[in-house]
Design a protein around this ligand. Structure first.
Ligand code: NAD
Ligand code: ZN
Length: 342
């Protein structure tokens, strides 16, 4: 089969011929239809310090996918050949205290497809049946291929009750923009999204017309607060940039007793104004991945009930043009980039 592989420990990815994976009794084989390119894949392409210290070579990359089941392990129940699906790319063990308590997303032994295990940028993917998420007929493969990052947005946005709340999102990357759509869907009062990249803010307004965008390189976030009828500040913050200045700004712009869910990953150690958090009585929550499988359940329910994130997909390429897809992602001007494998 064709697969997009990190074949050598240097910059780039290569289209190679690899054997179709063999499945075990608890696995399924999925024929891939569409995949999404993630920031993680860009790190792997660039072969930065994180990738070098994390990803063994050779490795088939990719973890955002939609496809169709073509083979089923002998101990698997409840799935059928031809079933359209996406799936959770975090592979977990079942022996840890967290897993045994049903908190699968907190298993300390989590391994990622396309990072620690062979990934989804291939014609076929082996996946434990446990990780499969069937796709309803009304969710197309393009959306199926971005459920992983939409799940990050949903997990973060639903960390705190948003109904009637004023929500600040820092970072209008694809995940921040999708979080804005989710916050709206969940009944937030004002949703404000910040960035320093005007293209990203334009995209945010295109995907979520009711969101208020702020270019923090030009505008002061504090000027926006009274304009939107807020007296003190934001009730909930969703940090989606991984940028130190954005988090500092968020802490400042929050009400006393405000809540912050942190998804963005800073490039290294970064200082926080700890006493501000104490004296403002702020609740902080780190968010990793998606809740298995509550996030998937809620995200599909929202998609079937009016949540529309389709416009966040700005580029679709045939997989033979994968280099163009990576170029679009690296430009910092795209939303989600989808590759077509069929
Ligand atoms: P992205 O890099 O496409 O978007 C981040 C955005 O933040 C960019 O548009 C950038 O211009 C903006 N930004 C930079 N400085 C800013 C500032 N001072 N104020 C406001 N915005 C600023 O990333 P993405 O794919 O949308 O992902 C969002 C974040 O979530 C990334 O940091 C990513 O690494 C992280 N992530 C975390 C998890 C997890 O499980 N915790 C999973 C996926 C992604
Ligand atoms: Zn991803």
């Amino acid at each position: 089969m064709s697969a997009l592989e990190k074949s050598k420990p240097e910059e780039g990815l290569w289209m190679v011929q690899a054997p179709v994976p063999e499945i075990g009794p608890d696995d399924v084989l999925i024929r891939i239809n569409r995949t999404g390119i993630c920031g993680t894949d860009i790190h792997i392409w660039n072969w930065d310090d994180w990738a070098r210290s994390t990803v063994p070579v050779p490795m088939i990359t990719g973890h955002e996918f939609a496809g169709e089941i073509v083979e089923i392990g002998k101990d698997v129940d409840g799935l059928h050949i031809g079933q359209r699906c996406s799936g959770e790319g975090h592979l977990i063990g079942h022996d840890s205290r967290q897993s045994r308590a049903g908190k699968f997303h907190l298993d300390p032994g989590t391994r990622g497809i396309g990072v620690n295990e062979q990934g989804a940028f291939a014609e076929y993917l082996r996946l434990p049946a446990f990780n499969v998420v069937p796709l309803p007929d009304d969710i197309p493969d393009e959306i199926g291929a971005i459920l992983d990052p939409l799940g990050n947005a949903v997990h973060t946005a639903l960390s705190f009750d948003l109904l009637g709340e004023d929500v600040l999102i820092t970072g209008a990357g694809p995940i921040g923009i999708m979080a804005a759509a989710v916050a709206r869907h969940a009944g937030a009062r004002n949703v404000v999204i910040t960035d320093i990249n005007p293209d990203r803010l334009k995209l945010a307004a295109h995907v979520v017309p009711t969101v208020h965008t702020v270019d923090v390189s030009k505008e002061d976030l504090h000027d926006v607060i009274p304009k939107l009828g807020m007296t003190q500040g934001f009730d909930v913050g969703l940090e989606m940039s991984g940028n130190q200045a954005a988090l500092d700004q968020m802490i400042e712009a929050l009400v006393m007793g405000g809540k912050i869910a942190l998804l963005g990953i800073p490039p290294g150690k970064s200082p926080v104004d700890w006493s501000r958090i104490v004296f403002k009585a702020i609740t902080l929550k780190g968010v990793y991945g998606r809740e298995m499988f509550e996030t998937w359940y809620k995200m599909i329910a929202m998609l079937q009930n009016g949540l529309d994130v389709s416009r966040v997909i700005t580029h679709t390429f045939d997989v033979s043009d994968f280099a163009l897809g990576f170029e679009a992602m690296k430009s910092g001007r795209s939303g989600k980039v989808v590759l077509n494998w069929r």
